[in-house]
Design a protein around this ligand. Sequence first.
Ligand code: HEC
Ligand code: HEC
Ligand code: HEC
Length: 353
Amino acid sequence: MRIGWKSIVAVVAGLPVAGFLVIQLGLIDVRASTGHWQVTDWFLHWVMRSSVTAAAGSTEAPPLDDPGLLPAAAAHFETGCAVCHGSPAAKRPPIGLAMLPPAPDLAHVVGSWSNEELFEIVKHGVRYSGMPAWPSQSRADEVWALVALLREMPSMNAAHYRNLAGAPPAGRGATIEARIAYCDSCHAADRQVGNSVVPILSGQSEAYLLASLQAYHDGDRPSGIMETAVSTVDDTDFSKLAAHYARQSAVPASVSATDPVVLRRGETLAVSGDPARKIPACAACHGTGRSNPLFPRLDGLSSRYLASQLRLFVSGERGGTSYHHIMAAAVQDLEEADIDALAAYYAHLPDRQ
Ligand code: HEC
Ligand code: HEC
Ligand code: HEC
């Protein structure tokens, strides 16, 4: 039997109409409760794996074996990830299990992904699955801290995880002490292990702390970690929290031995700047006797934090209070070696008290 061209045209024209009717009559089942067919599940994961692997090809992981990355990552995981995935200290909650696909127990699956692939998943999320993207797309450093934590998860027991994550966020109606305990799970002096990603708050002026909290809240200072943390407190608590940390006496971060030549390079730039390269003296704004309470002190902050903030200022991604533009202008001509030297110098400054 010959199939005439008229029949072919009729079928081709009819297909969209049939498709339209199938959808319009509600015959496609979108209920998560009925699950996927095995073949759909296989197909979606094949697409996901291929997409993640391709995207990760152009990414290169920094060193991730520093213990300074873990406490903040664990405390963030507790607020931002455990609600779906569970954690080494808690079974997967019913919501995570009832998703389609279910949010997996990460300790069991991370071994099948490279660091770069985990970075892609955590930074960008997974479409059509409920796995959300990282709140602040302009930053990579915070996502790498999460990847460092994920790598440790298969061998992490509940006690170790609890110890890293600290106090959970306080719920509505909780006391200010409970809120401070939550902030302290990342910011307390005794949680600043190794070369920490978390800044020391004690000794910073109340005005700077308050304006910074407001900047995270308003989206003027991108940080997935701090945007999540401030979302757990009322903005009416900001001034109490700022006053609490400003009252505390400052504790310097722990420092590792650094080449004296690097420290001298940092000191020269900090104290005198480099007029030939249009780099002003940092001490003009950050020295003792700072003229403006919105100019933060830098002495004793960890070198990792200082360097990451300087890189964010240079690339235009730092944001901050209404003064952040003058800081960005001051450091726009810094080179990588300047950043390392300045970060090492300020981390070593002994006069923070
Ligand atoms: C709203 C629920 C939800 C939250 C919150 C969430 N995830 Fe997920 N996540 C999922 C779901 C669902 C999947 C499964 C995606 C798939 O299999 O296609 C997933 C997948 C993943 C995967 C890939 C694992 C695999 O093999 O499928 C990683 C890694 C991951 N999430 C890490 C995180 C981290 C880290 C956080 C916190 C920053 C987080 N997730 C927050 C729901 C969530
Ligand atoms: C999960 C860890 C974590 C928690 C919990 C947390 N912070 Fe932070 N905080 C950070 C990190 C990481 C940064 C640096 C973010 C950046 O790069 O801007 C930061 C930055 C800050 C800054 C800016 C300091 C500076 O020198 O510029 C302030 C102020 C602050 N946090 C206050 C708080 C308060 C108040 C709370 C409690 C509501 C809190 N944080 C809870 C990790 C945390
Ligand atoms: C003209 C004044 C000025 C000069 C000069 C200046 N800064 Fe700043 N700096 C600021 C201000 C203001 C902020 C606060 C930005 C904000 O968050 O709004 C800041 C913030 C910073 C921060 C972030 C601190 C934190 O707790 O997050 C670092 C690091 C820093 N400056 C380093 C430097 C270095 C290094 C130099 C010298 C190369 C320098 N600054 C020169 C005004 C200045």
